[in-house]
Ligand binder design. Structure first.
Ligand code: ATP
Length: 294
């Protein structure tokens, strides 16, 4: 199946942007990542979901080469991150959970400085346009608002023209309009061929952006699927609700269209307060992490 996750013991996927098998990370006696298997295909946006402390950042930082693993195999753009050299690192873009941005330099100066580390950087002004910071180019980074700093973090992450971009909770602190603009930016980066690994606590963000989503709970990957099918959402019964004789009625059905047609016949027209709902991503997510915790 297209969305299936790798099984323990499967070989590494050499064509994948990221391939992880049996990953284990311990902090003292505590096992933060507990035998994780994951493949991220080239060109896709993959959202990693999971509650606080589930092991997302640990996994991502091992893939970035920032943390050492205790066991398992990892390949990122064909190389082991524990041995990745400067050339390999220049193919990655990283937007950390808490960015910097406290610099005395202006936004444009910071971007140009960052660009100088890469062999084929994007033009700094082009990147400022992409993230909507053109008007702030001459402003010192420390004078930016919280949401603007986050955009600067994204700009710094993409100025090196990365093949693979890591985005750790990128839109925390964004206002709703800035989030929509950011989503458009992410989609345009995908159109340019950038693979992205996104961690987020915003399920609507995962649904809007991700080609596939994976749920981590207690250091293990619980499921991988397209967001619309996660947790059996695609085939879950629909809940049809209406008001009848002053009372709210709800029926779970696999054939909501036929059921509504029957109701319409019974009411001979409009069905009072009709609503048809399927489980939201949040519904199935909360159920999945609840089950994983038991
Ligand atoms: P969040 O959604 O809160 O960012 P996360 O899924 O990214 O959470 P991690 O940061 O990977 O979670 O942490 C996983 C677990 O490992 C947590 O229980 C955390 O306390 C622990 N942990 C992470 N880093 C360290 C460290 N350097 N030393 C000790 N324990 C750590």
């Amino acid at each position: 199946m297209a969305a299936a996750r790798p099984q323990p013991g499967d070989p590494l996927d050499q064509d994948a942007a990221i391939s992880v098998r049996g990953l284990v990370k311990r902090y003292g006696d505590f096992t933060a990542v507990d035998g994780l298997d994951l493949d991220i295909r080239r060109g896709e946006i993959f959202a990693l979901l999971g509650p606080n402390g589930a092991g997302k950042t640990t996994t991502v930082e091992i893939c970035e080469g920032y943390r050492r693993r205790d066991a398992g195999e990892v390949r990122v753009l064909g190389e082991d991150p524990a041995e990745g050299d400067r050339r390999w690192k220049s193919r990655l873009g990283i937007v950390l959970q808490s960015g910097g941005g406290d610099s005395q330099l202006t936004v444009r100066e910071l971007l140009r400085a960052q660009a100088s580390y890469y062999p084929e950087p994007r033009d700094a002004d082009e990147v400022l346009g992409l993230v909507g910071l053109t008007e702030k180019a001459g402003v010192r980074a420390r004078a930016l608002s919280g949401g603007q700093r986050r955009r600067l973090d994204v700009a710094l992450g993409i100025v090196g023209r990365p093949e693979l971009l890591f985005l750790d909770e990128p839109t925390t602190g964004f206002d709703p309009e800035a989030r929509r603009q950011f989503w458009a930016l992410i989609r345009s980066l995908r159109d340019l061929g950038t693979t992205m690994l996104l961690t987020t606590h915003y399920l609507d963000e995962a649904e809007a952006l991700a080609d596939r989503a994976g749920v981590i709970a207690r250091g293990r990957l619980v499921e991988v699927a397209v967001p619309s099918a996660l947790g059996g959402r695609g085939t879950a019964p629909a809940l049809v609700s209406w008001t009848e004789q002053g009372a709210r009625r709800t029926e779970a059905t696999a054939t909501p269209t036929a059921f509504v047609r029957e109701l319409a016949t019974r009411f001979q027209g409009e069905i009072p307060d009709l609503a048809v709902a399927r489980p939201t991503l949040e519904d199935v997510y909360l159920q999945m992490i609840g089950e994983a915790g038991r």
